[in-house]
Design a protein around this ligand. Structure first.
Ligand code: PRX
Length: 659
């Protein structure tokens, strides 16, 4: 365990919830939290059985709660049947909430389109009927490559209605990344748009689909459904491409939901790991939905009348669980936003909170940090210049939030009245795992506090033994939970090796380092593997390295993360060219080429912030790249460690020079 994990600064300010909040909360006070936690401890299966029966509508009730006979391939509610889209839509219509607004969509340009549960159900049904007519059915796989829109939610829900397994690819990913995912899931369908608006600009999306489908192993794709968002000319493949509007034209508003087994995959979402290509994280239907709905209820304390806004894109897990599935299943009214936080100015989020009377706001520390900067430079975009009185709860997700940003968020956005829920979780966990409950948990800035009821999180050493409070270790979850990853798509071995390595006694290994303080609060220290977290997005250093070395000029590359005041971490690449080391303008020009190359290979989020050229990389005499050393060099710190085992210590001087 690295020393940085042991030595992290532990904040000691504590912010208890106010009495009013506690009185009205779903989980009211620490005793209520502890009682729920204890219920799960004392009767693990009974606890989950109760939750699943109370929160989900079943077509066929389950009789078995947990099947661990093939652990770590767990099954939950395995003989039950339900339909996820029914639970998100029909349920509310049947129960009399059909006229309630489900989504308030705000476009990049500020145009607002509301849709009720009844209307959303009709739209999902029409689209699903179109899919049925085109011959798509349960077990097929679809790629969704859409901007934030009502259509993205409709596409995902329509797939869920028919049992088509979707895999959403974030619109910022390149044609190459898209191609890899199309091939890996074996997609027969792609749902996309001509383009998207971001920050006042129309950006194309369809060309990346055309590009991806021109490459090998994509013959299975029979249809590309194109939602017209930006207009303008796009290339068209007759017989394959069809406009969204033509596709659903004339379809009935009624579509019978297909009965799905609890364990049927709902979706596959790719995320970076420490080795190789991104992993297709496979999620289930019932267990996933249960946790999406339950965490909305607990962590966000949502009630009728709440207006929920999660700013994440549906291309990430946060957008799956806290846009498409959780809020709909919980029957909330939610804001879906197409644009960026800084357009037309950095007051956009705060203005929208006022306009839509948002009560619950959930965003990433990176966004908060960049808005702090902007509001320091211009009072007009400071939260104080907007009406934020509707807010009740504010949340944070995706990366550690530094105590300074936490306190700013608490004071300026939450007005010292709204609890902050700093939620720790992952693509693989399906939903939030370690988080405060707003009406119960006393908050400490920078800590995600305590595990939710039913989640047996702990910190262990490399043998799986619990470490005492105050000592760093590996974050694990000791028991399975319903929303956990079910497999790495098509790769049982990778699933087992990545998440259940044998030395950890069958515990789920999260890949984060953490420690607990004297109160048992969890403090996340960041990844223990070669995964970076840039603006809350996961990136494997290996992915960026392989993108770099696939460029014709590059002989070798090593990528590390460096702390960054805005994006949390920044990508720093150390590169050895096949030719001599470049200098001055030439070095700048090549660095630019390499950045653009990485954007094309993976996506703009993976672009190295800093590229440094050397004649070689620092290696041990056995040829291993000394990444630990590179991390120090990347930070601009002096190298104090012993470099006597280095083959070529002089190389370090070259690598301290930024281009
Ligand atoms: O390192 C942790 C960090 O983000 C990783 C998971 O990334 P991803 O699968 O992309 O999911 C992000 C959205 C849930 C974790 O392994 N992380 C996430 N939330 C927090 C966090 N680190 C600290 N505090 C958090 N609240």
């Amino acid at each position: 365990m690295s020393t940085s994990i042991e030595s992290v600064l532990v904040e000691n300010r504590v912010f208890p919830p106010n009495d009013d909040f506690v009185r009205n909360a779903t989980v009211a006070g620490m005793d209520a939290y502890k009682a729920l936690y204890k219920e799960a401890e004392d009767d693990f299966e009974g606890f989950w059985k109760r939750q699943a029966n109370e929160h989900l509508r079943w077509i066929k009730p389950f009789t078995q709660v947990l099947d661990d006979s093939a652990a770590p391939f767990y099954k939950w509610f395995a003989d039950g049947e339900l339909n996820v889209s029914y639970n998100c839509l029909d349920k509310h219509v049947v129960e009399g909430r059909g006229d309630q607004t489900a989504i308030i969509f705000e476009g990049d340009d500020g145009a607002v389109t509301p849709v009720t549960f009844k209307q959303l159900l009709a739209r999902v049904s029409r689209f699903a009927n179109g899919l049925k007519q085109a011959g798509y059915k349960k077990g097929d796989t679809a790629i969704i490559y859409l901007p934030m829109s009502i259509e993205a939610v409709v596409a995902m829900q329509a797939c869920a209605r028919l049992g088509i397994i979707h895999s959403v690819v974030f619109g910022g990913f390149s044609a190459k990344s898209l191609h890899e995912r199309i091939v890996d899931v074996g997609a027969s369908l792609v749902i996309t748009s001509d383009g998207q608006y971001r920050g006042g600009k129309a950006l194309p999306l369809k060309p990346a689909v055309d590009d991806a489908l021109a490459q090998e192993n994509t013959e299975k794709v029979r249809s590309v459904i194109v939602y017209r968002r930006t207009g303008g000319d796009i290339s068209w493949t007759e017989g394959r491409d069809i406009w969204w509007s033509d596709f659903e034209d004339g379809q009935s508003d009624v579509c019978e939901p297909v009965a799905m087994n609890s364990e049927d995959p709902l979706f596959i979402l790719y995320t970076s790991g420490s080795t190789g290509k991104p992993k297709g994280v496979q999620h289930s239907s019932a267990g996933y939905l249960l946790w999406a709905q339950l965490t909305v209820k607990w962590t966000f304390d949502q009630k009728p009348g709440d207006v929920f806004w999660c700013t994440a894109d549906v291309g990430w897990i946060t957008g799956h669980t806290y846009v498409t599935y959780g809020p709909l299943a919980a029957g909330l009214t939610q804001v879906v936003f197409e644009g960026v936080p800084t357009y037309p100015n950095a007051g956009r989020f705060w203005e929208m909170i006022g306009r839509h009377k948002v009560t619950t706001f959930y965003t990433a520390p990176t966004a908060i940090r960049s808005l702090i900067k902007a509001s320091e430079a211009d009072a007009k975009v400071h939260p104080d210049s907007f009406d934020l009185s509707s807010l009740r709860i504010i949340g944070s997700v995706g990366e550690p939030i530094n105590p300074e940003a936490w306190v700013w968020y608490y004071k300026n956005v939450g007005k010292e009245r709204c609890p902050i829920v700093d939620t720790w979780w992952q693509t693989e966990t399906g939903g939030q795992m370690i988080t405060p409950l707003p009406g119960a948990t006393p908050l400490k800035p920078g800590s995600c506090t305590l595990p939710l009821p039913g989640i047996f999180a702990s910190i262990v050493d490399e043998t799986g033994e619990d470490v005492p409070n105050g000592k760093g270790g590996f974050l694990v979850v000791k028991k399975p939970w319903p929303a956990m990853i079910r497999n790495v798509w098509g790769d049982n071995e990778r699933y087992k090796n990545s998440y259940f390595p044998s030395e950890f006694r069958g515990y789920y290994l999260a890949g984060d380092g953490a420690q607990r303080d004297a109160d048992g609060y969890f403090w996340i220290m960041g990844r223990i593997d070669d995964v970076l977290n840039v603006s809350g997005h996961r990136l494997g250093t290996m992915e960026v390295e392989s993108a770099l070395v696939s460029h014709e000029l590059v002989a070798e590359a090593a990528v590390v993360g460096r702390p960054d005041a805005t994006t949390g971490e920044a990508v720093v690449a150390f590169v050895v060219l096949k030719r001599e080391r470049p200098h001055g303008d030439e070095a700048k020009e090549i660095a630019k080429q390499l950045r653009d190359w990485v954007a094309k290979e993976i996506g703009p989020i993976a672009k190295p912030k800093d590229i440094r050229f050397g004649d070689n990389l620092p290696k041990t005499r056995s040829g291993k790249i000394m990444r630990r050393l590179l991390r120090v060099v990347a930070k601009g710190e002096e190298v104090t460690q012993d470099v006597s085992t280095l083959e070529n210590p002089a190389i370090l001087d070259q690598l301290t020079e930024s281009v």
